[in-house]
Design a protein around this ligand. Structure first.
Ligand code: F6P
Length: 338
């Protein structure tokens, strides 16, 4: 097969997550096989704003990174759409670097910029975010590792909560959605899970805990997703009203209402770090390989996605918008709320 010369840029934008390096490695390795030059853009869109920050990547640069968390390219949350001339700066740098295509690995924000740029440049998007809230794909890179980490946290909290007969509230990330909370809560045997997609019924939380105590189970584990907001009527009296973390708020309400010893733990960015699960590495590799294949076929303005166990490409326009937590999984977790 005659090798075609192409120069491909690759960047990771938004919050980092485990599995990004597997995708970068796949793009570099597959791209090199096809004779392409792969250029790593540093720190998300920032690397294409003002003075470019880009580096040629070859096999040696991606050796030994498969099991590493984070991203060897660095990431950033800068949104060029909010900067004056942001998009035109990127367009200028794209031309200056003589890129034939760009692989943008990111969540909602990155994909939104990609979509805007895709009007002028050949772009392929790869969805990643521990929040798993990108429409059009069943799962995003990073989600399953975060679920595993949150599940492990619940397992550990279980024994300490039980030893001390306490209620422990675990707050997890997820932005405006409850994917991590619902999946980890089901896996870790949470006694109640609060997600932004469902109405907050604190009375049910109190009732569940009371009922458990009545049955001799003196401890409970409650999972709350960071995007949950308490209804005004539930805001704890005496609190300043400032948002001090939903986990703390829920724990304080429980302790005031039931008089039980309560603790709250927020595992925040721990969910974004560490060794990627095999699932995320495999998904990263498959997404990366497909992204290069789409470039080879000149099929641009596409996002690679997972549907069941199949990977596919869909037009960029179909990946934006809200993706609520899988209700069937939340309902399954509810069966164990007692
Ligand atoms: O979108 C990923 C995410 O980790 C969210 O779950 C969280 O709300 C946010 O990013 C945290 O962002 P930062 O890294 O800016 O604190």
């Amino acid at each position: 097969m005659e090798k075609e010369r192409k120069k491909i840029g690759i960047l990771t934008g938004g919050g980092d997550c485990p599995g990004l390096n597997a995708a970068i490695r796949a793009v570099v390795r597959r791209g090199e096989q096809l004779g392409y030059e792969i250029w790593g853009i540093k720190n998300g869109w920032k690397g294409l704003l003002g003075k470019t920050e880009a580096k040629r990547l070859s096999e040696g640069d991606v050796r030994g990174i498969l099991d590493k968390g984070g991203t060897i390219l660095g990431s950033g949350k800068i949104n060029p759409l909010k900067l004056e001339n942001g998009i035109s700066q990127i367009e200028g740098n794209f031309k200056k670097l003589k890129l034939d295509a760009l692989v943008a690995i990111g969540g909602d924000g990155t994909l939104c910029v990609g979509q805007k740029l895709s009007k002028s440049f050949p772009i392929i998007a790869i969805p990643k975010t521990i929040d798993n809230d990108v429409k059009g794909t069943d799962f995003c890179i990073g989600f399953w590792t975060a679920v595993q980490t949150a599940t492990e946290a619940l397992d550990r909290l279980h024994s300490t909560a039980e030893s001390h007969s306490r209620v422990i509230v675990l707050e997890v990330m997820g932005r405006n959605h409850g994917w991590i909370a619902a999946y980890a809560g089901l896996a870790g045997g949470a006694d109640y899970i609060l997600v932004p997609e469902e109405p907050v019924k604190m009375d049910e939380v109190f009732k569940t805990i009371k009922e458990r105590i009545r049955k001799g189970k003196k401890f409970s584990l409650i999972v709350v997703s960071e995007g949950v907001r308490l209804p005004k009527s539930e805001k704890s009296q005496g609190d300043s009203g400032e948002h001090c973390g939903i986990g703390n708020e829920v724990a304080s309400l429980i302790s005031k209402k039931l008089g039980v010893e309560t603790r709250s733990v927020n595992i925040g960015h721990i969910l974004r770090g560490g060794t990627p699960s095999s699932y995320d590495r495999i998904m990263g590799a498959r997404f990366g390989i497909l992204a290069v294949e789409l470039i080879r076929k000149r099929k641009f303005q596409q996002a690679v996605v997972l549907r069941g166990d199949k990977i596919a490409a869909i037009p960029f326009s179909q990946i934006r918008g809200e993706k609520k937590v899988n209700k069937e999984v939340y309902d399954a977790a509810k069966i164990f709320f007692h």
